[in-house]
Design a binder for this molecule. Structure first.
Ligand code: TRP
Length: 375
């Protein structure tokens, strides 16, 4: 198993990650407290929380305690533009949107457009510029509140960010970066510096408003090394340690584990811009099945939902617990075939994507509203 912000491979053991990264399990008492706030807004506890797809955190108790005292946090998350948005990218953003709704707080969304330029051989700055815009449409389409959501683009907001990034960078040694990210001496120096830029939005609102504001970062667990490093530094600059809440990876269609990654298997990835036919074709062709080889055997022995990718995907995207449970049992008993299970997922995704693509079109007019204005 390998989990760094730039490479995820192997079969992911999440309990082992909790220990190795030093994050805490998201326990029921914290979920209950979030659920209580959700209830005030007439919402259930989000299925990504109920199902422990968000499974770990740092300092979530601090965030909730402060909130109870009236000291509201802001949310921070991000996306390094390097390609089109796929379903896996949406997972942390879906929870972020929910958290914005139930806590009624600001979101600062970073587009580190230099990150993948520095880490990928063949990505130009022109490419990242195009993808920044493309990715923004997906984020806006999820329904974030334009009055409470600020997009920051590293190269565009460099004047604001660089001044803060150097304060962070000054307190991180090369040996710390090597230990946290596995860099060796061949690494370009831009890549080594990058983590300082990713630290900045976790305290930038505190700088702008000239008071300490708690920060909560929803993200996939692979990003934790950045925040593990910056949490040591940021208090030395006079700010709160950023808190975080971490999710598992949406598995690749063709794999039994690991993170869905465009660089690994382009064809086995569902993009938010895919047509209904493409979704159908990809799932039918690539989604790893937990079913038996013949229909006869499947009816007799049933399938294995725990390794079946279509079922796993439904745990991320089917909100209804009862529906999901029925699918689980019907598949396990052999009543539901692999083809039928795939059809359920195809329909679910296509309904979601139809709406998403419509909102994505409408978002084109809204980009400017979301980009943070320095004056
Ligand atoms: N490094 C992230 C990526 O590869 C982008 C990012 C920037 C981010 N800031 C973040 C992700 C904060 C989560 C939280 O996409």
């Amino acid at each position: 198993m390998k989990v760094t912000p730039w490479e995820v491979s192997g079969t992911i053991d999440y309990n082992k990650l909790i220990k190795e990264f030093g994050v805490s399990k998201l326990d029921d008492s914290l979920l209950e407290r979030i659920g209580k706030r959700a209830k005030e807004k007439g919402l259930p506890l989000h299925h990504l929380l109920r199902r422990k797809i968000f499974f770990a955190h740092r300092d979530m108790k601090f965030i909730l305690d402060e909130y109870d005292k009236g000291d509201h946090f802001f949310l921070y998350t991000g996306r390094a533009p390097s390609g089109h948005t796929h379903m896996g990218h949406l997972v942390p953003w879906l929870l972020t949107k929910y958290l914005q709704d139930i806590f009624d707080v600001e979101l600062w969304f970073q587009f580190p457009d230099e990150e993948k330029f520095l880490f990928k051989e063949n990505l130009t700055l022109e490419d990242t510029e195009k993808y920044t815009r493309e990715n923004m449409l997906d984020i806006i389409a999820l329904g974030f509140d334009p009055k409470k959501t600020h997009f920051i683009v590293d190269t565009l907001h460099a004047g604001l960010m660089y001044k803060e990034a150097i304060k962070v960078a000054k307190k991180i040694t090369f040996s710390t970066a090597k230990a946290a990210f596995g860099f060796n001496s061949d690494q370009n120096i831009g890549a080594i510096f990058y983590t300082a830029m990713q630290a900045v939005p976790s305290f930038l609102p505190s700088i702008l408003k000239k008071r300490k504001i708690p920060c909560l970062i929803p993200h996939a667990i692979d990003q934790d090394p950045h925040f593990r490093v910056s949490r040591d530094v940021i208090p030395k600059l006079g700010h709160y340690k950023p808190a975080s809440i971490q999710c598992r990876f949406l598995p690749d269609l063709s794999s039994r584990g690991g993170k869905m990654s465009t660089s690994v298997a382009e064809h086995a990835t569902i993009y938010t811009t895919d047509s209904p036919q493409e979704v159908k074709k990809k799932i039918n062709k690539y989604a790893f099945s937990g079913g038996k080889d013949s229909l006869e055997e499947h009816r007799k022995h049933g399938g294995n939902p725990d390794i079946d990718i279509s079922y796993q995907w439904l745990t991320f995207f089917e909100e209804d617990d009862k529906k999901l449970e029925k699918i689980y049992h019907d598949y396990k008993s052999g009543k539901l075939t692999s083809g039928e299970l795939k059809a359920i997922l195809i329909e679910k995704l296509n309904i979601f994507l139809k709406d998403h693509q419509k909102k994505r079109e409408q978002a084109k007019k809204l980009i400017d509203k979301f980009i943070f204005k320095t004056h």
